[in-house]
Design a protein around this ligand. Structure first.
Ligand code: PBG
Length: 336
């Protein structure tokens, strides 16, 4: 590494290039722009906005808020949003059948966005059953176990109704085996050859998802049950590469690592190993953690958020799903 060095101090002074702002900008290896951001958005079937206690500053959006949200994303230069429905509990069932209703909340929201901003904004839809299941699991449950292959069949149908509604990127977050392949085949057979798949390839069984489950109303249903039989064990590193390799072989266009900050080693290894578009999800618990400390005045909100996102870029992420997306895009805009 240092064979070209003129030798140690005093010949080398690392602080020289750090002295002035122009110089620090000049040598900067990474830069965060609005193009790096994906904005996760919660929607509900009603009017107005609903605050989410464990995600201060993030609201569920009613149907009347959708167009202005989409316009805001476009104005800020955010390339894509990821939609998550807070389904009414009356519509949640054991078999999560609402997931494949072509007129469910998410499909109606996609249509509304596409009718208002068209292709100016990419729309990502999650494929998993937890927003629709009465038990809060991502798949069908039989004898207390989430059954893989039968779940995959439902997931392919869910992907199709979302593609029909105009979704640009199908994002399976369920961690069933073989679902990427099944979804790709189903999309192609239905003529949606240009609909992308962004797989939640390395998704861990994390305790950082708590506030998200409050947001979509699945935490009460899930209770003390875990998702450990399908999401990855946080002890595993190499296994994430195996997951990514399989999802790519099955047809994923882009891959995601989730959660974000505690898993930057995985982001870096995935990017280095495969060189494919790699995304990271700064999940709800990470948002809550940073927000709570900032609210108490213990951390500077803007500074720590920007630093955390630059960390994703440095690790090799091509983009980050973050609940801070709109705020960050505004900061970036204001700083120019
Ligand atoms: C659904 C899903 C989850 C998240 C994204 N999609 C929750 C889970 O797996 O329990 C979490 C996102 C977040 O915490 O911000 N399968």
């Amino acid at each position: 590494m240092n064979t070209f060095s003129r030798g140690p101090f005093p010949a080398t002074r690392m602080r020289r290039v750090r002295r002035h702002d122009w110089s620090r900008r000049l040598v900067a290896e990474n830069q965060l722009t609005a193009n790096d951001l994906i904005w996760p958005v919660f929607v509900f079937d009603g009017i107005g906005r609903q605050p989410i206690t464990s995600l201060p500053g993030v609201d569920r959006l009613g149907t009347d808020q959708i167009e202005s949200m989409a316009q805001t994303a476009c104005d800020l230069g955010i390339p894509a949003i990821a939609l998550f429905p807070a389904t009414e509990s009356a519509l949640k069932t054991e078999d999560a059948i609402e997931a494949i209703n072509p007129d469910n909340l998410v499909c109606r929201t996609v249509r509304k966005i596409k009718a208002s901003v068209g292709d100016s904004l990419g729309v990502i839809c999650d494929v998993a059953l937890d927003p629709y299941s009465s038990h809060g699991q991502d798949g069908l449950v039989h004898d207390g176990y989430v059954i893989n292959d039968q779940t995959v069949t439902v997931l392919t149908q869910q992907a199709i109704v979302q593609a029909e509604a105009g979704c640009d990127i199908i994002a399976p977050s369920d961690m069933m085996d073989g679902r990427v392949k099944a979804i790709r085949i189903a999309l192609d057979a239905a003529g949606y050859t240009n609909v992308q798949i962004m797989s939640y390839a390395a998704k861990y069984a994390s305790s950082f998802y708590g506030p998200f489950r409050d947001a979509v109303g699945s935490s009460g249903n899930l209770g003390t049950a875990s998702k450990n039989t399908y999401q990855q064990d946080p002890a595993q590193g190499n296994e994430a590469l195996h997951e990514v390799a399989l999802d790519l072989a099955e047809g994923a266009d882009t891959v995601m690592v989730k959660p974000g900050m505690p898993y930057l080693d995985i982001v870096s290894r995935v990017k280095t190993t495969f060189g494919v578009p790699t995304f990271a999800y700064q999940v709800s618990g990470e948002y809550a953690m940073l927000s709570a400390a900032a609210e108490r005045g213990w951390l500077d909100r803007e500074k720590v958020v920007l630093e955390s996102l630059l960390g994703f870029k440095r690790a090799g992420a091509d983009g980050v799903l973050t609940y801070f997306a709109a705020e960050v895009a505004q900061w970036i805009r204001d700083s120019h």
